[in-house]
Design a protein around this ligand. Structure first.
Ligand code: KIV
Length: 278
């Protein structure tokens, strides 16, 4: 079977193999069953139940309000639709920062209750003992460096990260430490192309970029940005492959028009009883 037609489930060892083989990794987010089925059937390598769902699904201004029970609910729905991709669950803000014990317990809930294949954790150096403990318990961890949206209050905005020599060196050091702690891949968000390239070259685990240029081992975007569904904010780095917000509004307007003009439902869309019934 060709690579794109290969329908075997993607595992963590196979993700690592992709880096060794120089094969790019494609990832998108999903928050519900229907989108999970569509992305999976399209051949996505990794599907992330991102905490971006707090924004694009639930309408919050940041990712911070997402709770563990909401994240688990989304992950369970996505699990039912994913047959082949690697399913990664984003650990919500304050579900892993308080203590290593809390992090391991909450990570375990994604595996036991929601069928996740891996969890994602934001943070570098400060998270290495947490990552190590979760991995030691048998649960694969994806790291996340650069613009980590759970620290938005500290950053004060969604600007480019690792712009200075010092912060770029810190990012590289964080990436190496996450790898050493057992992370199987690292998301690099909104950092300069050359920083992402050097980090990618120095690591043996794949980097998955979002606004981090073409040299990462894979790319991830928020599905609602890719499909033109989220109109509140449009990141410059997110390429748009469809304009579904426009299509959906047009379809809804056609429906409203047909209902109001009594064009819908027509004969074929209605049920008729035996004329002698009444
Ligand atoms: O929550 C999310 O969607 C993410 C990415 C897009 C990397 O963390």
């Amino acid at each position: 079977m060709s690579k794109t037609g290969d329908l075997k489930s993607l595992t963590v060892p196979r993700v690592l193999e992709k880096k060794r083989n120089g094969e790019k990794i494609a990832a998108l987010t999903a928050y519900d069953y229907t989108f999970a089925c569509l992305l999976d059937q399209a051949g996505m390598d990794i599907i992330l139940v991102g905490d971006s769902g707090a924004m694009v699904f639930a309408g919050h201004d940041t990712t911070l309000p997402l709770t563990m029970s909401e994240a688990l609910y989304h992950c369970k729905a996505v699990r039912r639709g994913v047959k082949h991709a690697l399913l990664v669950a984003d650990m919500p803000f304050m579900s892993f920062q308080v203590s290593v014990e809390q992090a391991v317990k909450n990570a375990g809930r994604f595996f036991k209750q929601a069928g996740a294949d891996a969890v994602k954790i934001e943070g570098g150096d400060n998270m290495t003992s947490t990552v190590r403990k979760i991995v030691d318990a048998g649960m694969p961890v994806m790291g996340h460096l650069g613009l980590t949206p759970q620290s938005i209050r500290r950053f004060g905005g969604y600007g480019l990260q690792a712009k200075t020599k010092e912060s770029a060196e810190k990012l590289l050091n964080d990436a190496l430490k996450l790898q050493e702690a057992g992370a199987f891949s690292i998301v690099l968000e909104k950092i300069p192309v050359d920083v992402a390239r050097i980090v990618t070259e120095k690591l043996s685990i794949p980097t998955i970029g979002i606004g981090a240029g073409p040299f990462c081992d894979g790319q991830i975007l928020v599905t609602h940005d890719v499909l033109g569904l989220y109109e509140k904010f449009r990141p410059v780095f997110a390429r748009r492959y469809a304009d579904l917000a426009v299509d959906i509004k047009n379809a809804c307007q056609s429906y409203i028009r047909d209902v109001k003009s009594a064009d819908f439902p027509n004969k074929k869309e209605s049920f008729y009883s035996d004329p002698n019934l009444l």
